[in-house]
Design a protein around this ligand. Structure first.
Ligand SMILES: [Zn+2]
Length: 471
């Protein structure tokens, strides 16, 4: 078909691969299967291996032919502005790594007078216009594997499972490229939420009754190779290189989506935010995520977190009407710390002291806890007095956040366990022994992981929603 014409007839539906290559595949596979059937030491695994291996070359041939047909079918118009391209030339080769192996296609190139740029319109249509060598399916593989497991393992796993040869550097580069794309997509979506239109659209689905929105906020740290190789020089100047950095985390969900199953709380639908971009980034991302979960229409919003001051500042700034709740289990842990300081070698005594205070906490009697700590502090000196004073300050400044009775009655969470367990899950990937990240790399891969968790993977990889058996 001529590349200069807009397609008006269906593409040629005959495939060369269905003639010779299919016959060759059938013959080779039959021989291979016969061997496995007769061999006493071969089981079904060998048969599966035989089929996968022999069929892969046929799949590759078909993929190449179909990709070429699609490329030939794309009119020479600018993929950005739609104008007709000029100075069009044909036959430009490109090699692409697909899930069935490498293929080579040729396509046309043309100049857009309006955009003042060269374009290969077929690249956009095939989803390979981001400069990499990977097909969309391989881009997805790299993204999924890179965000779930160390690259060194991922390369071997993908080779074993799919036969695709993606050396570690290629996989690494591709995963990061997809992560960067995920970041740009996330920022664009968040920006849309900030516009009036986005906020309006969010309201349309909310036809149900009043609901409670729960937000939980936390942080953990990650190790990066900042100033890598300059450690000695820095130390000589008396500067200790700082390698640990905060990753800020939050989750939001509707209370009705939190159900009890076998005595464990499960959240059926929730949004996660995870960023290395600082508190400001967390604030903006969490706000957008909360809006997606109905912030604008929630009858009651509660924020649960440990005592970190930056969290409450963020909440006051961006979620001013939210009810603030100090994580009950953190608060109890603080009391236990005092108990162990007062009775370092006497567990029963520590327990006897802390027991009634734990009950006071649960009964919204935080002021009694503060009074008891103040009484204790009076009789102490030095480090012990300081330790108790620190806790008086902690409980004193959080008194208004220690109202647990109402929350308990309403079936609300009293602790921030949901976000804490999410942080632990991210740490299983991003905080392994001996692991050092770059600021760019960790944010990109965490962003991919967050798209996956938030059920938005298809926004990055639309083909993942396509179910050929249903269409
Ligand atoms: Zn253009």
């Amino acid at each position: 078909m001529c590349n200069c014409c807009v397609s008006s007839v269906p593409p040629d539906s005959s495939y060369e691969a269905f003639a010779g290559p299919v016959r060759n595949w059938q013959a080779a596979l039959t021989t291979g299967l016969d061997r496995s059937i007769r061999a006493s030491d071969h089981n079904l695994g060998h048969i599966e291996e035989e089929i996968a291996h022999k069929t892969r070359e046929l799949q590759r041939t078909i993929a190449q032919e179909a990709a070429q047909k699609k490329a030939d079918d794309i009119p020479p118009t600018c993929p950005v502005c739609g104008a007709k391209l000029t100075r069009v030339t044909h036959g430009h080769e490109r090699r692409i790594q697909t899930r069935f192996g490498p293929i080579t296609i040729t396509r046309s190139r043309g100049w857009c007078r309006k955009c003042k740029q060269w374009f290969y319109p077929a690249d956009r249509a095939l989803g390979i216009d981001d400069g990499g060598t990977a097909s969309p399916a391989v881009q997805e593989m790299a993204a999924l594997l890179g965000s779930k497991m160390p690259m060194s393992e991922a390369s071997a796993v993908v080779k074993r499972l799919t036969g695709v040869d993606l050396p570690r550097p290629t996989l690494d580069r591709e995963a990061k490229r997809q992560g960067k794309r995920a970041e740009r997509t996330r920022d664009k979506m968040d920006e849309q939420m900030r516009t009036a239109l986005g906020a309006q659209e969010q309201g349309q689905g909310d036809t149900g009754g009043p609901f409670t929105l729960v937000l939980e906020i936390d942080a953990w740290n990650i190790r990066e190779r900042d100033d890598w190789g300059k450690t000695q020089r820095q130390r000589a100047r008396g500067v200790e290189p700082e390698r640990w950095h905060w990753v800020y985390a939050a989750t939001c969900f509707r209370l009705e989506d939190r159900v009890r199953k076998a005595d464990r709380a499960m959240i059926l639908s929730r949004g996660t935010v995870m960023t290395r971009g600082g508190i400001e980034a967390l604030k903006n991302q969490l706000w957008a995520e909360a809006m997606r979960h109905g912030l604008a229409h929630a009858a009651r919003v509660i924020v649960i977190a440990d005592g970190a001051v930056w969290i409450w500042n963020l909440v006051t700034d961006r979620f001013e009407k939210a009810i603030q709740r100090l994580d009950l289990f953190h608060a109890k842990e603080h009391l236990w710390t005092v108990a162990r300081t007062l009775h370092p070698h006497d567990n029963p005594a520590a327990q006897a002291w802390v027991g009634p205070l734990l009950k006071d906490l649960e009964r919204d009697q935080g002021h009694k806890v503060v009074a008891e700590l103040e009484a204790v502090a009076k009789g102490k000196r030095g480090p012990m007095r300081e330790a108790v004073a620190k806790e008086i300050n902690y409980f004193g400044s959080n008194l208004h956040r220690m109202k647990y009775k109402d929350g308990d009655k309403l079936g609300e969470p009293l602790g921030s366990g949901a976000i804490e367990s999410t942080c632990r899950q991210y740490q299983c990937r991003f905080k392994r022994p001996g692991q050092f990240w770059t600021r760019e790399g960790d944010e990109a891969l965490m962003c991919l992981e967050t798209f996956w968790r938030n059920g938005r993977w298809h926004i990055l990889f639309p083909h993942s929603l396509w179910d050929p058996s249903r269409n």
